[in-house]
Design a protein around this ligand. Sequence first.
Ligand SMILES: Nc1ncnc2c1ncn2[C@@H]1O[C@H](COP(=O)(O)OP(=O)(O)O)[C@@H](O)[C@H]1O
Ligand SMILES: [Mg+2]
Length: 256
Amino acid sequence: MSETLLRTEGLTVVFGGLVALSGLDLEIRRGEIVGLIGPNGAGKTTAFNAITGVVQPSSGRIFLGEEDITARPAPKIAAKGIARTFQQIRLYDDLTVIENVMVAGHSSVRYTFLEAVTGLGRFSADEKRISEYAEYLLELMGLSDVISAKASALPYGRQRKLEIARALALRPTVLLLDEPVAGMNPMETKGFADLLRRLHRELNLTIGLIDHDMGFVMNVCHKIKVIDHGVPIAWGTPNEIRTDQKVIAAYLGTAA
Ligand SMILES: Nc1ncnc2c1ncn2[C@@H]1O[C@H](COP(=O)(O)OP(=O)(O)O)[C@@H](O)[C@H]1O
Ligand SMILES: [Mg+2]
């Protein structure tokens, strides 16, 4: 069995008086695709925010391999190899598609964004490598035909793919996706599942995935953690989760 790559122990986040996440133990092994699911407001995004340094955990620990990365600043965590996308898409609307990816690629090398866009300074030796990798990622994500379009001109589903290309430009070992198929129709969602499997294989990625589309999660994930009102209620394979009484109750309870 492969080693544990990302692990949380008793991860808890309290906002004011609200316990958004309570005692999350999550384990993602190298090469796995792990889903984090649960009804709206369950604490899924909060879990990713705590892991990636966007919010401070109130208690609990986060490990990347053997290293304790709890409450490290977000850029440090990204530099250690955990990249993510956001539930609300965050792109540079006025930059082109390839520029959006290249900006992310530049953040891992020495020169500044200003040097990069002006073509001055230390810029240029790495430039070709970064642009070629950006082109490769865009091809992988099926965006080759729009590399010179403004990011804001893309339809929603393709903006989500661009966000993933940006995250991949950091060359992460772990990719965390927050509701990547939200707003996609069933056809697009199915296509996205195939794409995710290809990314996983081709880039040797370990993936954590939030979604509330049960069919999609069951289809792509090796293991699934279910949380409800901040509290972990189940952990298992898609088959185990599908028949878990607590999970069924949590979902039926919110469907009405
Ligand atoms: N920054 C924040 N400040 C205060 N409350 C928050 C914040 N982020 C999330 N919450 C609250 O924490 C709970 C869990 O939210 P969230 O993690 O976004 O749920 P999910 O992603 O599972 O839908 C919700 O009640 C939400 O309103
Ligand atoms: Mg969320």
